[in-house]
Design a protein around this ligand. Structure first.
Ligand code: GAR
Length: 208
């Protein structure tokens, strides 16, 4: 039986699109995207899902008083959808241990930097690239990792480095990292997971 994948989104959804395109090429291994869940009602990612005949759900963050109640609702929704893998694709909300424990090593996130640089609470979206440029790094990139209750700290699955140009703006760097790294390593990590090729030992992953 194929693995049921829920993709969590909050925005434009270009990483979701990369997953949809990989699925069309038969490159998600034994996985199938069965549901897209958005934390925002107006996320363009929802349109991408609908255009591709994928079921959408919304769980609006601001309708919940705190992270604990939002996390419980998300856990219940994911259990109801009977998902085997949860993919954060530009999902901008931190979920607590209620979700992370229920789906231990079954949730993965793409982060637009080489963890442990430019990560953790407050590092999301364009802000990550602003900080990388402020620091003057010559190389940045993207990381796909398992999600744990500690933000951006779970076992690393794949990373890809991307060169920084002297005249980069946060926008140009973001675009290059998406094109050269995120849109490649996220579908690849999903494929590895769905083909049961990733194991975790002592907080490190091993790819079979
Ligand atoms: C992507 O660059 C993703 O790595 C980043 O937000 C962007 C979402 O774009 N995620 C984070 O910063 C999470 N900490 P998308 O909606 O077009 O995929």
């Amino acid at each position: 039986m194929s693995k049921r994948i829920a993709v969590l989104v909050s925005g434009g959804g270009t990483n979701l699109q990369a997953l949809i395109d990989a699925a069309k090429r038969g490159e998600l291994g034994n996985g199938k995207i069965t549901c897209v869940i958005s934390s925002k009602a107006d996320a363009y990612a929802l349109t991408r899902a609908e255009e591709n005949g994928i079921k959408t759900r919304t769980l609006i963050r601001k309708e919940y008083a705190d992270i604990a109640s939002y996390s419980r609702a998300m856990r219940d929704l994911l259990l109801q959808e009977e998902v085997d893998l949860v993919v954060y694709a530009g999902f901008m909300t931190i979920l607590d241990e209620n979700v992370c424990d229920a789906f231990q090593y079954k949730m993965i996130n793409v982060h637009p930097a080489l963890i442990p640089s430019f990560c953790g609470k407050g590092y999301y979206g364009l802000h990550v690239h602003e900080e990388a440029l402020k620091k003057g790094v010559k190389v940045s990139g993207a990381t796909v990792h398992f999600v744990t209750a500690e933000c951006d700290a779970g076992p690393i699955i794949l990373q890809k480095a991307v060169e920084v140009a002297e005249d980069d703006t946060p926008e140009t760097l973001q675009k290059r990292i998406m094109e050269q790294a995120e849109w490649k390593i996220l579908p690849k990590a999903v494929q590895l997971f769905c083909d049961d090729r990733i194991s975790v030992e002592n907080n490190k992953t091993y790819i079979k």
